[in-house]
Design a protein around this ligand. Structure first.
Ligand code: ZN
Length: 180
């Protein structure tokens, strides 16, 4: 019905048959848009969702390194800043120090685990957002658009996404425990 009201064309009309708009009730962990803002229900409280804004900000390279204050102009500065929030030289210095203290292995492993966890989080956000953008289409991992009828499948899919994410995180935790 929503697509009809919005006047979206190109949608197969048969998909609208038997479709009822699901109620605007949100569960823990739900992300939705309302009044031009992104919201998330966390610990039962409706909060603005800022993770993606944070990612956007971090992607912008400031002129100077926040750690040493030197001008960041190298290609590697940009790459390192995104990961460590400091310039390439500062990262080299930090890693040299860690190596001298025999802490580099541990640091390196923690970085990889953190990256993996961030990637899982981003994946979950991406999937849930796509789910919330449209009630009757969903972009699969392969980039194919999958459609379905009604709101029931959307909920089922959201549940599956969350279950998969939880499983991935559990595996990550297990990998972490195996290493330490
Ligand atoms: Zn620096």
């Amino acid at each position: 019905m929503r697509n009809l009201i919005k006047g979206k064309s190109g949608e197969s009309s048969e998909l609208q048959v038997g479709y009822t708009k699901s109620q605007e009730q949100h569960k823990e962990g739900d992300i939705w848009e309302e009044g031009g803002k992104k919201w998330i229900l966390k610990e039962g409280i409706k909060q603005t969702y800022t993770k993606l804004d944070k990612v956007k900000k971090e992607a912008i390279l400031p002129l100077f390194c926040p750690n040493c204050g030197s001008l960041m102009k190298k290609r590697l500065d940009s790459k390192m800043y995104k990961i460590h929030n400091k310039c390439f030289d500062c990262v080299i210095e930090m890693e040299t120090k860690l190596k001298s203290q025999n802490k580099f292995e541990e640091y390196s492993l923690n970085m990889r685990l953190k990256n993996a966890e961030d990637a899982i989080d981003d994946y979950e956000v991406y999937l849930l957002e796509n789910l919330n953008i449209s009630n009757n289409q969903y972009v699969s991992e392969k980039g194919e658009i999958e459609r379905w009828k009604g709101g029931q499948d959307k909920e089922q899919l959201a549940k599956e996404i969350k279950e998969n994410v939880a499983e991935l995180k559990l595996k990550l935790k297990q990998a972490q425990n195996d290493q330490t």
